[in-house]
Design a protein around this ligand. Structure first.
Ligand SMILES: C[S@@+](CC[C@H](N)C(=O)[O-])C[C@H]1O[C@@H](n2cnc3c(N)ncnc32)[C@H](O)[C@@H]1O
Length: 281
């Protein structure tokens, strides 16, 4: 059981984020983030619900010639991806963007995975919160899932958008690490997959390495199995997380407790000092 800092034990300012870091907080990110000190986070990397789950099951066993007795597939990731309507989903998205924008420091960054069909509206909402769109980033899947019905192309691209909170002066970009493409190639994690939409640490490590320095605070408000937190910890960043589902809070905490902190072997991503006010553009 993790005890939340009481209001009386916290003041304003970045020093007080110390009460929160190194923990996965269980609850609704939109509420929990209201309690974090304002402008206390350097980088938010996250992966919110996409609202793409469908109550559809593809019964592949019924077409053995086409599917070679493959298992049925559900297109439902879990109740956490269910919303009553498109309007309800955009209210949710606007609320978490507001909560996230409050805690990011000026010049701090947000990188969020998002449904590629909806990114333009996300960018418009973020702009209202003072988050300027910088670039579209991609995870290219080296092992995309075969298409269940076999009549369209495999989906090998996952979209993320990088924003910086205005004003941009003091933004970190560790150009010393070398020129980096706007995509990272990595395999879809499995065996055992800890979350139905688990993201690869290899991708998260690249973005964290470029957009923050050692000791900086990295937040993931939709932590799932804790992939961002493991990547942040391996790069000697401080981290803080929220997750609403008890099941995934337990998965993330166990994963962090069981796995020793692994320093990345990739030479390019070795430690970068805290860079506030430097390397900016
Ligand atoms: C797309 S998944 C994140 C998966 C994660 N990137 C990983 O690698 O495991 C989104 C997560 O957000 C959680 N979630 C949904 N709504 C939430 C909310 N309002 N507050 C906090 N967490 C929420 C879900 O339970 C789910 O685990």
């Amino acid at each position: 059981m993790t005890t939340r800092p009481t209001l009386s034990s916290r003041g304003k300012g970045n020093a007080q984020i110390g009460d929160w870091v190194g923990k996965v907080w269980r609850g609704d990110a939109r509420e929990l983030l209201r309690e974090l000190p304002v402008e206390s986070v350097d980088l938010v990397i996250t992966d919110p619900p996409y609202f793409i789950s469908r109550n559809t099951v593809i019964h592949r066993a019924m077409r053995p010639m086409k599917y070679r007795a493959a298992r049925s597939i559900t297109l439902d990731f879990g109740t956490w991806d269910h919303f009553v309507s498109e309007a309800d989903y955009w209210r949710f998205t606007r609320d978490w963007l507001t909560a996230v924008a409050r805690v990011i420091r000026p010049g701090g960054h947000l990188v969020t995975f998002f449904d590629q069909n909806r990114v333009s509206y996300l960018i418009a909402l973020a702009k209202r919160e003072g988050l300027a769109c910088r670039q579209h980033l991609y995870w290219v899947k080296s092992n995309p899932a075969p298409r269940a019905r076999k009549v369209d192309f495999m989906i090998a691209l996952e979209h993320a958008i990088w924003f910086t909170k205005e004003p941009r002066s003091g933004a970190t970009f560790n150009y010393q690490l070398g020129q980096q493409k706007n995509y990272v190639l990595a395999a879809v994690p499995h065996h055992p997959r800890l979350h139905p939409t688990q993201k690869p640490e290899a991708v998260l490590r690249v973005w964290i390495a470029y957009l923050s320095g050692e000791g900086d605070v990295v937040l993931d408000p939709f932590a799932g199995s804790g992939s961002t937190l493991c990547a942040a910890r391996d790069l000697s960043r401080q981290w803080v997380a929220c997750e609403r589902e008890a099941e995934y809070v337990a998965v993330a905490r166990t994963r962090l407790a069981q796995r020793p902190c692994a320093k990345p072997t990739d030479r390019a991503l070795r430690s970068t000092p805290s860079t506030h006010g430097r390397n900016s553009r």
